[in-house]
Structures are given as structure tokens and as C-alpha cells.
Design a binder for this molecule. Structure first.
Ligand SMILES: [Zn+2]
Length: 204
């Protein structure tokens, strides 16, 4: 076990405009996190992808077009979704990611085996507030995370909205606002906020 109490915050579905305030909060508190990016979106915003990595955060693969990999995709499609995203991230960052998170956490042994051939390991989420739901308020997200969280846990949140599910009222502002209150409180409680790979390497 590591000497420090560690938590890994993770964000899926970006990059997006809500990534920016989250980066600012993390920077202000010396915190690191992991961002699982949608490849087709990352391709459109390479500067933001570089900025996330430049702040010391981990970048992960969240598929190219956000399908349910286990339920909807055969092996070839799983490989294509993950490979295209790896390729785009490698072209922007110089190296492909080593972790992925399946959209909707829809993962099974078959998907994990295909991902492994691409050098990708799935990343669990221990606490997953429904921040993807439009009605979820920042205070509710914080109230779901803060009392439950313990050292070694991975928190799964969302800083973007998948293409194809966007609506005019769609926003992840509640997540950005929740992070602004969650991060300083966790730091005050003595937690080190680290990347998923850092947290998981400490487990082994
Ligand atoms: Zn997602």
C-alpha cells in the first residue's frame, strides 16, 4: 500500500468546453486526473488534448464513436473503435494511451482481450454519480462522492457529451462546479489526487 491516501478522479466523453474549468481547478490544487477522450472529438481539438497532457494528467481511450462495445460491436469493430482513437492520440501526443474506459462501462472479457492486443487495459469506476443526467446538480454530485470516497477508489465523472447525444440544453457545468468543491475538500482531508495509472500501479 502507498504511504499516502490516493484517489483517482476520471473524466469521460471529452474533450469539451467543460474540460477547461476542470483543468483550472485541478491546477489550482496540484491535483492530477485521467481524461478518457472520444477519438473523433479529440481529433477536432488537438490543442486542448495537448493542454490536458501538458498539465500532467493521464489521457485514456474512450473509443472513437462511443458505442456499447460489448453489446453492440463485434471484434473487428471493437478493434477499430480503439485503434483509431489510439492513432489520433498518438499523433497528437507522441505516444498512444495505455488505458481505456468502455462507454457505459459496457466491457467484458472479449472486449478486454481485443483491447489488450492494442496495449490497452480497462479502467474501472468505483463511484459513478449520474452526472451525465441533465437534472443532476453539482451539490448532488458532491454529496454522492464525498461521503463514500475512500483511499484507492476511482471516481468516474463526465466532462463532455458524446457526439450524437448532444442537445441544445446539454451541459456538464454541474460536473465542473462539483469538481470545484470536491477537489479542495479531498485535498483538505489529506488525499493525493493521482492518475488512474498511478493509483493502480500502487495497488500491485
Ligand atoms: Zn462515455
Amino acid at each position: 500500500m502507498p504511504d499516502t491516501q490516493q484517489i483517482a478522479l476520471t473524466f469521460d466523453d471529452g474533450p469539451a468546453i467543460w474540460t477547461e474549468p476542470i483543468l483550472a481547478t485541478l491546477r489550482a490544487h496540484g491535483a492530477h486526473a485521467t481524461f478518457f477522450l472520444i477519438g473523433s472529438v479529440a481529433e477536432q481539438q488537438p490543442d486542448l488534448v495537448r493542454r490536458i497532457a501538458g498539465d500532467g494528467h493521464e489521457i485514456g481511450n474512450h473509443s472513437w464513436s462511443h458505442p456499447a462495445l460489448a453489446r453492440e460491436c463485434d471484434d473487428e469493430r471493437v478493434r477499430d473503435e480503439l485503434q483509431r482513437t489510439n492513432d489520433v492520440l498518438a499523433s497528437i501526443l507522441g505516444a498512444p494511451p495505455t488505458r481505456f474506459r468502455a462507454p457505459y462501462y459496457n466491457v467484458d472479457a472479449r472486449v478486454e482481450a481485443v483491447a489488450a492486443t492494442l496495449g490497452l487495459t480497462h479502467t474501472r469506476g468505483d463511484i459513478r454519480p449520474p452526472d451525465w443526467h441533465l437534472g443532476t446538480k453539482a451539490a448532488m454530485i458532491a454529496a454522492l462522492v464525498l461521503p463514500q470516497v475512500e483511499s484507492g477508489m476511482i471516481v468516474g465523472l463526465h466532462d463532455g457529451i458524446p457526439p450524437g447525444t448532444r442537445t441544445p440544453s446539454g451541459t456538464r457545468q454541474a460536473t465542473a462546479d462539483a469538481i470545484a468543491s470536491i477537489v479542495p475538500r479531498l485535498v483538505d482531508r489529506g488525499f493525493a489526487l493521482v492518475t488512474a495509472s498511478e493509483l493502480l500501479s500502487a495497488e500491485n
